[in-house]
Unconditional design. Structure first.
Length: 323
């Protein structure tokens, strides 16, 4: 039975990846220190004999006995609020954490997948972004702690590939959403859905003309899984190219949540990218991958999940449970 290590397993994407790997017949060890993750994301695996969790900071030496076939390195704060609050931990997860995870891959002869990001393109001057573009990042701005950590992580990954022959893969993940995001993580999807469900105005940063392209989590996870099984070592964008402005996105959430449109304008964060859309030609050509879940379907699923999991819904459910 193949054995995979997933760092960041208690996070939004890590937990979905663990589920996908278990379905594919892997035994899985998750590694997480819960800095931005949530043990509840793994609670459905309490009785799963093929899954274990190691509670550890990935910046420390990873001592994992036996053979390992694949390492998926996802551990890193990922939402702008998280990495602005945790700047040094973010740099350490991207630099030291990637170094530890690559060291483990080298020692075990395992495949390695780095969860990189569209943020390595910064505020992009090329649109849509293809993998040939080198980006436009402010290294000393507040977002630099995340962007530069991921850029360093990509450089280190390629160095281990070229110098040590590690079978590496780099996935550049574009904005992804779905069940198990933290309601308070500050990213636009949980922020808008949380506000909509509470009947509060949706907070638009800037004038809302900045664009993003949102990918549903099951599509993203399939892209990562296919990449791990491929022989492809150059970076690959995985995301959904359906692009819309944040203002259009807010209006769409109001319609889908069936609430009147209430918007509140707030200042645009420093270095907030003005536009973002993945060119996914490479993922199509080399992995045969394309997203399947359209935005409305994915958002309906996500809104329903948040409806059922917001704190009030949990309290109601607990109150109704027989004692
Ligand atoms: P998340 O915050 O939900 O998950 C990250 C997980 O990593 C958390 O469980 C956290 O506790 C863990 N972690 C962080 N630092 C750690 C450390 N030092 N040691 C051990 N565990 C640590 O975020 P996510 O959205 O699931 O993102 C997962 C990965 O995907 C990240 O590397 C992120 O940069 C990348 N990514 C995500 C998106 C997206 O839209 N979701 C976009 C681009 C890239
Ligand atoms: N945003 C917003 N209101 C919010 C949260 C985010 O208008 O309450 C904007 C943010 O400024 C950015 C976009 O939504 O332009 C996406 O933000 P997110 O934090 O989800 O991810 P990013 O793509 O910036 O990493």
């Amino acid at each position: 039975m193949p054995f995979a290590v997933v760092t960041g397993a208690a996070g939004f994407l890590g937990s979905h990846l663990v589920d996908r790997l278990l379905r594919a017949g892997y035994r899985v060890l998750g590694v997480d220190n819960f800095v931005t993750g949530n043990p509840d994301n793994l609670s459905h695996l309490k009785h799963e004999s093929q899954f274990d969790l190691l509670v550890q900071d990935v910046s420390e030496f990873l001592d994992i006995p036996g053979k390992v076939d694949q390492i998926f390195h996802l551990a890193s704060p990922a939402s702008p609020i998280d990495y602005l609050n945790l700047p040094i931990q973010t740099l350490k997860a991207g630099a030291l954490g990637t170094y530890r995870a690559l060291g483990l891959a080298k020692a075990k002869g395992a495949g390695f997948v780095l969860a990189s990001t569209s943020e390595i393109y910064g505020d992009p001057l090329v649109h849509p972004q293809n993998e040939e573009y080198w980006g436009n990042v402010n290294p000393i701005g507040p977002r630099g702690v995340y962007d530069e950590a991921k850029r360093f992580a990509e450089a280190l990954t390629m160095a281990y590939h070229r110098s040590h022959g590690v079978n590496t893969h780099i996935v550049r993940i574009f904005n992804t959403y779905g069940p198990r995001m933290r309601l308070q993580d500050g990213r636009v999807v949980p922020a808008f859905i949380g506000q909509a469900l509470e009947g509060k105005p949706l907070t638009i940063f800037g004038d809302g003309s900045q664009t993003r392209s949102f990918c549903y989590c099951s599509d993203l996870i399939e892209g990562i899984f296919l990449l791990s099984q491929s022989g492809f070592d150059d970076p690959v964008n995985v995301g959904n190219p359906t692009e819309l402005s944040i203002l259009e996105f807010a209006r769409l959430i109001c319609r889908l949540a069936d609430i009147p449109e209430q918007l509140e304008y707030k200042p645009l964060p420093v270095d907030d990218p003005k536009q973002r859309r993945p060119d996914i030609t490479r993922a199509g050509n080399f992995l045969g991958w394309a997203p399947k879940v359209d935005l409305k379907t994915g958002l309906r699923e996500t809104i329903e999940w948040f409806r059922a999991h917001r704190p009030e819904a949990r309290k109601e459910e607990e109150a109704q449970r027989p004692t």
